[in-house]
Design a protein around this ligand. Structure first.
Ligand SMILES: [Zn+2]
Length: 232
């Protein structure tokens, strides 16, 4: 059975691809969205990352809308209240993607750093059906609200060194969990990559008290629902 990595910046390093994995490749801006769409054998998200909003043009949004016709999902999109200064602009860009998601029924691969509640509220406001909170480290009491809407919680392979993230795993029900690496992002000296999800699955199995095979099975089924795939 395949492993799942629901959030990889594969355009930065296509060699990160792993044979026994289903990979969701995200983009950061127009240029990387074009690159992502050229990748083979992966699910593809197009979009503009909150960190790239300042550098991107508003005309890029229209171009990404055209690319979205050949994509499986939108991402990495969202809000970042820790590192982004121009909140008005990032909100404007995010609202463009919320409209796009609703209009084309495209699942969202979300970045919501320190804006967890705001992103969640916007999903409800825009009546978004399928959303995934990548590397969730938000308030623990928001997890239940997120999962009761049928949205997904991202558990990152960095869980082996990030204690706070372990609390998220303990709280989130397995039926709402997707696994991811965010590779090739560097976190506390580690270059994250899809292969680390293997170890992460063991950790989830240990915390939830079930077998690794069962974890893989449920995560795969979660991926299928989030991306609205009938066959894999
Ligand atoms: Zn990312």
């Amino acid at each position: 059975m395949s492993y799942v990595d629901a959030h990889v910046h594969l355009h930065e390093d296509p060699s990160l691809i792993e044979k026994d994995f289903l990979i969701v490749a995200v983009s950061d801006d127009l240029e990387s969205s074009i690159k992502t769409l050229k990748l083979e054998g992966v699910f593809k998200c197009v979009g503009i990352h909150p960190w790239e909003v300042e550098e991107s043009r508003e005309s890029d949004l229209k171009k990404i809308e055209e690319l979205a016709e050949s994509a499986h999902c939108l991402g990495e999109v969202g809000l970042d209240y820790r590192f982004v200064k121009n909140r008005e602009r990032e909100r404007k860009f995010f609202e463009f993607f919320l409209n796009l998601s609703r209009e084309y029924d495209l699942p969202m691969n979300l970045h919501a750093l320190d804006a967890w509640r705001e992103v969640f509220d916007l999903l409800l406001k825009y009546d978004i059906k399928r959303a995934y909170f990548h590397w969730y480290n938000g308030p623990l009491d928001l997890i239940e609200e997120i999962t009761s809407q049928g949205y997904y919680i991202g558990i990152n392979a960095a869980i082996k060194i990030q204690k706070k993230h372990l609390r998220v795993l303990e709280r989130a029900p397995l039926k709402a969990i997707l696994t991811e690496s965010d590779g090739p992002y560097k976190y506390r000296g580690i270059t994250l990559k899809p292969s680390m999800v293997r170890e992460e699955i063991q950790k989830i199995a240990e915390v939830k008290g079930i077998s690794a095979e069962r974890v893989k099975e449920v995560v795969l089924s979660n991926l299928r629902s989030w991306l609205n795939l009938s066959l894999l």
